[in-house]
Design a protein around this ligand. Structure first.
Ligand code: GLA
Length: 738
């Protein structure tokens, strides 16, 4: 039997017609490899995913019979032909046949402008039906990120009913598996939970349609052999780039293998594929490390800054958002004064949140006006222009809140276009925050949403930032636009419609910063983030809560994308009391902002705010563009947390440490640093040491080695003792190479 080993080069297409022989399809990054093998009957098997192999050709068995469906998993499984686990593809052919056989047709590496991006295309066909599935694997060489997606084309003479088309399918060899997933709710997003997987299927999904993360985020971590560790062991991070219904399933089979399927949720989502039509899945993004979750997260962050979010190399400005400072109660003078105060505190961009619009039904609370995007001249007689000019005159950028996918029943929009509202015929509408959802599967609504945002931006030149909110999910489902037999398209067409609008806007307004928001952190996914610069982490701005929320987000998203704001104490959501230092030290570990009414700050708080913002500007490049090392997890029993960022050239680092409770007489933690160059010398400086209790003119340092110099080797092996013991104490250390 002829053994054919292929080395991929250029865009050469290999098609093995009738006599398929063993073919190796290597999909490789610098350190990660995923290898497919085509068997002699044309079945494509996935043989290995993990650290890149130096001799992958050894995956080709001498005896092809050794590769078989009992022990090897297909690269992309379809229902039927002995596949009894959850399958990547399920469909009903035009003649009613519910089984599909996917065999190798060809593969090639697509031509690329960027040597860092290698896309491998694998074409599979059903020998009995003119139907093909193309798998696209994109290997980001330096970042060690692999993304997968699939596209199906129906060339049958009749329609095919598509029941499920996964973005990616990954099977791990027999072992023990631990799943970390991210659950939560409004104000408690991204809580981490780890479970040992046992036989059967664990599903993480959303059927909420619009907000991906109000219950579970479409991301996961699989740790092999033992619970997830930051710095050791095999870890796979996966995340679905889709802002609608998604599904992740983890099935441990009777051979103890783990089958991971990820992509859109097929729940009530039948999508008939007409003859000649194609249908694409979103991407499943995968990061692998054999050195723990820390490295896998760093890989993902590096990838995200370069490819996953907008302008990921551009440091983000410090914003003051008006929401917690003014809510709906403001007039022009309030905002002008807030802008003045923001400027004097060193803020770089002022964001006017909800409440600025609505004429017939002014938006003075959340009960009316949503959908009517005309400035409320009673509140703001000079329009947005007066505010924008005022901000510019004080050297600030200006940003604006919009929620263009939604409508209050009490609005001119709802009166004019009741057919644009998502709702179920013969059922009462279900209100959520007094609002309803607009039907973005309808092109007229897409146009309205596009015109709303582009209109505001065009008519008010100088808006540099848009906070795009979406404060409800789908409850009463139904589209007046889609025909009866295509209602199940709604979930997908809505998000496609939304992405179409995002795309037009981000192309047309490349200099505007877009923030994704959805009842706080409800739209944190790489589908939406492709068109955004950042997301609002949570409406819970309490520093204690944010340590956990941000810890969860940090597993998947880079710090520069996580909006984290200093707000009032007692906190409006949790009523917790915390010092302004603690609030700053927490918010400064991500993309810092402020969300309060400056005139209500005490002189000490105001002074601290100025210093906090100034300090953040000093460390911003390291925090936003550096590599994250998580040192002490708040989820560990220590009730402490610590993390640090290191600049790419390892010349600078910033360490954050927090104490979450009173630690009695326990010793102070010795925090061992990571990511430094062992041979470099670093000077250690504490930034903004805490004031002595009751005093404003003297400080109580958290380290005893202020200004001293240590080698990276010493700092990483011995560490630094950080003298924080009480609840709400914290320290920020700057390390500078000398
Ligand atoms: C949501 C957002 C908040 C704020 C309000 C305004 O709750 O998460 O940050 O913008 O809407 O109504």
């Amino acid at each position: 039997m002829r053994k054919l080993i292929l080395t991929l080069c250029g865009s050469v297409v290999l098609t093995l017609a009738t006599t398929v022989r063993q073919v190796l399809i290597p999909i490789e990054c610098e350190q990660t490899g995923y290898y497919l093998v085509v068997d002699n009957d044309g079945t494509v098997f996935q043989k290995y995913f993990g650290s890149r192999l130096s001799t992958p050709a050894s995956l080709l068995p001498n005896d092809p019979q050794k590769t078989n469906k009992n022990t090897d998993a297909e690269a992309y499984s379809a229902f039927g032909n002995g596949n009894t686990n959850e399958t990547a593809l399920r469909l009903i052919h035009s003649d009613g046949n519910m089984t599909t056989l996917l065999l190798y047709d060809s593969h090639r590496v697509l031509p690329s402008q960027d040597a860092n991006i290698v896309v491998t295309e694998v074409v599979l066909k059903d020998p009995a039906y003119p139907l093909q599935v193309t798998l696209f694997y994109t290997a980001y060489q330096k970042e060690n990120i692999l993304t997968c997606r699939s596209v199906i084309r129906n060339d049958e003479t009749g329609s095919v009913r598509l029941d499920g088309l996964a973005s990616g399918y990954l099977v791990l060899p027999p072992g023990e598996f631990f799943l970390t997933h991210f659950y939560g709710a409004w104000s408690a997003e991204m809580q981490m939970k780890e479970d040992k997987l046992s036989q059967g299927i664990k599903v993480i999904d959303s059927k909420k349609g619009v907000r991906t993360t109000q219950s579970e985020n479409p991301s996961f971590i699989i740790s092999v052999s033992h619970p997830a560790e930051e710095n050791c062991g095999e870890a796979i991070i996966g995340t679905v780039a889709w802002s609608g219904n998604y599904k992740l399933s983890f099935e441990v089979d009777n051979l103890n293998r783990l089958h991971i399927l990820g992509g859109r949720n097929d729940f009530l989502s039948d999508y008939p594929l007409d003859p000649g039509a194609t249908f694409s899945s979103p991407e499943l993004i995968l990061a692998y490390s054999d050195c723990g979750t820390g490295e896998a997260s760093r890989n993902l962050h590096r990838w995200a800054r370069k490819y996953g979010i907008q302008d990921g190399t551009m440091p983000r400005p410090v914003v003051l958002n008006s929401w917690e400072g003014a809510y709906f109660s403001f007039d022009e003078q309030t905002i002008l004064k807030m802008i003045d105060d923001a400027a004097s505190m060193g803020v770089e961009l002022f964001v006017l949140d909800d409440g600025w619009f609505g004429e017939k039904y002014p938006r003075n609370n959340d009960k009316a006006g949503l959908g009517d995007w005309q400035v409320n001249r009673k509140k703001l007689p000079g329009g947005l222009k007066t505010l924008i000019d005022h901000a510019h005159a004080r050297g600030l950028g200006f940003g604006l809140w919009v929620e263009p996918e939604m409508v209050n029943p009490k609005s001119e929009l709802a009166e004019k276009h009741p057919d644009w509202i998502v709702g179920t015929p013969n059922r009462e509408p279900i209100l959520m925050r007094n609002q309803l959802l607009l039907d973005l599967s309808n092109p007229a609504v897409q146009e309205f949403v596009y015109n709303t945002v582009s209109g505001v931006l065009r008519e008010n030149p100088g808006i540099a930032y848009i906070k795009w909110d979406a404060n409800r999910h789908v409850e009463n489902f139904g589209s007046a636009y889609l025909p009866a037999d295509r209602q199940s398209h709604f979930w997908i067409d809505y998000i496609r419609g939304l992405y179409g609008v995002y795309e037009r806007l981000s192309e047309e307004f490349p200099d505007v910063i877009f923030q994704a928001c959805s009842s706080g952190g409800g739209r944190a996914d790489y589908g939406a983030l492709k068109y955004h610069h950042e997301f609002w982490g949570s409406d819970n701005t309490d520093a204690y809560s944010r340590i956990f929320i941000n810890w969860g987000f940090s597993q998947i998203f880079p710090s520069m994308a996580i909006g984290s704001h200093v707000s009032f104490s007692p906190n409006h959501q949790t009523k917790n009391v915390s010092s302004i230092k603690f609030r700053f030290d927490v918010a400064m570990s991500q993309r810092l902002g402020v969300e309060l009414q400056p005139k209500l700050l005490t002189p000490e708080e105001l002074e601290w705010t100025r210093r906090g913002i100034e300090t953040y500007k000093r460390i911003r490049d390291v925090v936003q563009l550096g590599d994250l090392y998580r040192l002490i997890s708040p989820y560990d029993d220590t009730d402490r947390a610590s993390m640090m960022y290191v600049s790419e050239d390892q010349s600078k680092a910033v360490l954050f440490a927090y104490s979450l409770r009173y630690h009695y007489r326990e010793d102070y933690p010795h925090v061992r640093l990571q990511g430094l160059d062992p041979d470099k010398q670093y000077r250690v400086t504490e930034l903004m040491p805490a004031p002595k209790p009751g005093k404003t003119d003297s400080t109580r340092p958290a380290i005893q080695c202020e200004g001293e110099t240590f080698s990276g080797d010493f700092l990483m092996k011995y560490g630094i003792k950080i003298l924080i013991r009480n609840a709400g104490e914290s320290a920020v250390l700057e390390l500078t190479e000398i």
